[in-house]
Design a protein around this ligand. Structure first.
Ligand code: EPZ
Length: 416
C-alpha cells in the first residue's frame, strides 16, 4: 500500500509548477470515446485515476500512446459497449462512460458504482436525467443495461448541481437528436473545460460555468488537440502546505480565478497572497488566524475537495474556527487522525469546531481517502518529530509524486 515518512518542522520554500487537473482530464478522457479519430492531449498528470481511465479506453477499442505528458488516443474503433464493475468500483468517474457509450453506440452496460470513502455517492440524478432523455435502463445483477435507441434532447432539471451528473448529461446530449437544456447544472471550472473540449471536437455546447447549459446534438465528433487546465485542488493543497509550515512559495501554471474562495480564506488566515495571470505567491504568517464559519459547497463556493487540507491549517490557528461539510456525508475521516497528532477538533453532525493548538506532534496515522490523506501529509510537515501516513495509494490517485514536489520545496518526506 505504501506510506509517507515525514520529519516535520521544515517550512516549504521555493517554486513549483502545477500539473494538469485530475478532475479536468477524467471527463475529457471519457469524451474522447465520443469522437471518431485521433486526439492529442497535453499536460496529462501521471496519476492512478488517469492510468485506470486509459485502461478503460483500451478495453473499449482505443489505441493509447504516451510521450512524456502528451497522450495520443485513436478512438476510431469502438469494440465494446460494456464497462465492467471492477473499473467502476475502482474509479467512480467511469460512470461517465455511460453517457459516452449511449451517445456513440446507443447502448451501454456498466457496473453500478459503489459508495466510497467519503460517502454513498449515489447516481440517481444521472439515471433520472437519462430516463428523461429516453434511455431505457434495467438493473441486472449489479449491472445497468441501457438501451439508448430512442434518446432525444430534453429539458433536464438536476435536483442538485452534481458535477458528475452534469458531465454525464453533456456527454449523452452531445450526439443525441435535438436540443438539450440542463438546468441547475454544476458550474465548476471542469464543466467549462469539458464544454471547451467537446466544442473543439465539433459539438455545440454553450453556457458551461453557469447553471444553465444548452447542447445541440450533432451526428459526429472528430478528434482534436487539447491541453488540460491546471489542477486547482493540487495548487490549493500546496498553498495550505506553505501556510501550515510558515513557508513562502510561488506556484506556476495556475488559474487564480478558479481558486477564489480558497485564496480569500487563506488571506483571512493571515497569509500574504499575490496573484499573477498564471501564478500565485503565498507567504505564511507567523501565526495562523482562525477563520469563522466556512461552508463547503458547489462552485463557486468553498470546494469540498479542499476541506481536509484547510482544516489542517486551522488546527494551528490562534483561536477557534468552524467548518461545515455540506457536500459529502462522510468527509471527516481525517479528523480522528489529526486529533491523534494533537489537534483539538470536535464534530457536531456535519460541522467541525477546530480549536487551535500550539503544536502538532508526529504520529503513525492512516489516510482514509484522497484529500484526507493529503491533509495528514500537511499535518506531518508541520508536526514536531516524525509522522508516518499509511495508505499512500489513496493520495496517489490524485497527486503525482506529491513527495517529490514537497521534497523540492524543502520538506523532509519519503515514500516507502
Ligand atoms: C466530483 O465528484 C469530483 N470528482 C469530486 O472530487 C468532487 O468532490 C465533487 O465533484 C464535488 O465537487 C471528479 O470530478 C472525478 P457530485 P462527483 O456528483 O461528480 C450527491 C476529489 O477529491 N449526488 O457533484 O461524484 C453526492 O452523493 C473528488 O477529487 C447524488 O445524490 O460529485 C454528493 O453528496 C472527490 N446523486 C453530491 O451530490 C447523484 O446522482 C455531490 O456529488 C450524484 C451525486
Amino acid at each position: 500500500m505504501g506510506r509517507y515518512r515525514i520529519e516535520g518542522g521544515y517550512p516549504l520554500k521555493g517554486t513549483l509548477t502545477i500539473r494538469g487537473s485530475k478532475n479536468g482530464i477524467l471527463p475529457v478522457l471519457a469524451a474522447v470515446m465520443l469522437t471518431e479519430g485521433e486526439t492529442i492531449l497535453h499536460q496529462c498528470p501521471f496519476i492512478a485515476d488517469v492510468f485506470l481511465t486509459m485502461e478503460v479506453l483500451e478495453q473499449l477499442g482505443c489505441r493509447v500512446k504516451w510521450q512524456g505528458r502528451t497522450v495520443t488516443i485513436d478512438s476510431q474503433n469502438c469494440i465494446s459497449t460494456a464497462i465492467d464493475s471492477k473499473s467502476v468500483q475502482k474509479m467512480r468517474s467511469s460512470i461517465l462512460f455511460m453517457g459516452v457509450l449511449l451517445g456513440r453506440c446507443r447502448e451501454a452496460k456498466i457496473g453500478y458504482p459503489g459508495g466510497c470513502e467519503i460517502g454513498m455517492r449515489p447516481i440517481d440524478l444521472h439515471l433520472k436525467a437519462f430516463r428523461k432523455m429516453g434511455v431505457k435502463i434495467k438493473e441486472e445483477k449489479g449491472l445497468l443495461c441501457c438501451d439508448g435507441s430512442r434518446i432525444v434532447g430534453k429539458k433536464i432539471n438536476l435536483d442538485f448541481p452534481s458535477v458528475g451528473a452534469t458531465e454525464n448529461c453533456m456527454l449523452l446530449a452531445a450526439k443525441a437528436k435535438g436540443h438539450t437544456t440542463i438546468y441547475n447544472a454544476a458550474c465548476e471550472p471542469e464543466i467549462v473545460e469539458l464544454q471547451t473540449f467537446l466544442n473543439k471536437c465539433g459539438a455545440k455546447v454553450k453556457g458551461a460555468g453557469t447553471d444553465c447549459i444548452h447542447i445541440e446534438g450533432v451526428k459526429k465528433l472528430h478528434g482534436t488537440e487539447y491541453s488540460i487546465a491546471p489542477d486547482r485542488i493540487e495548487a490549493g493543497t500546496f498553498l495550505c502546505g506553505a501556510a501550515i509550515t510558515k513557508g513562502e512559495i510561488q506556484l506556476k501554471n495556475v488559474c487564480p480565478n478558479a481558486m477564489r474562495q480558497v485564496l480569500l480564506r487563506l488571506g483571512e488566515a493571515g497569509c500574504v497572497i499575490k496573484e499573477g495571470k498564471e501564478e500565485i505567491y503565498l507567504k505564511a504568517p507567523e501565526k495562523i488566524l482562525p477563520v469563522s464559519k466556512i461552508h463547503t459547497g458547489p462552485y463557486p463556493g468553498f470546494p469540498t475537495d479542499m476541506q481536509p487540507q484547510f482544516m489542517t491549517v486551522l488546527t494551528l490557528a490562534g483561536g477557534t474556527s468552524i467548518i461545515s461539510e455540506t457536500v459529502f456525508e462522510a468527509r471527516f475521516k481525517h479528523i480522528g487522525e489529526l486529533c491523534r497528532m494533537g489537534a483539538d477538533i470536535a464534530v457536531e453532525g456535519q460541522t467541525a469546531i477546530i480549536k487551535g493548538v500550539k503544536k502538532l506532534h508526529g504520529a503513525y496515522v492512516s489516510g482514509k481517502d484522497l484529500r484526507g490523506g493529503a491533509a495528514l501529509i500537511l499535518a506531518g510537515l508541520a508536526a514536531e518529530g516524525e509522522t508516518v501516513v499509511e495508505n499512500a495509494c489513496y493520495v496517489q490517485r490524485g497527486y503525482e509524486q506529491i513527495e517529490k514536489s514537497l521534497f523540492s520545496l524543502g520538506a523532509k518526506i519519503f515514500l516507502e
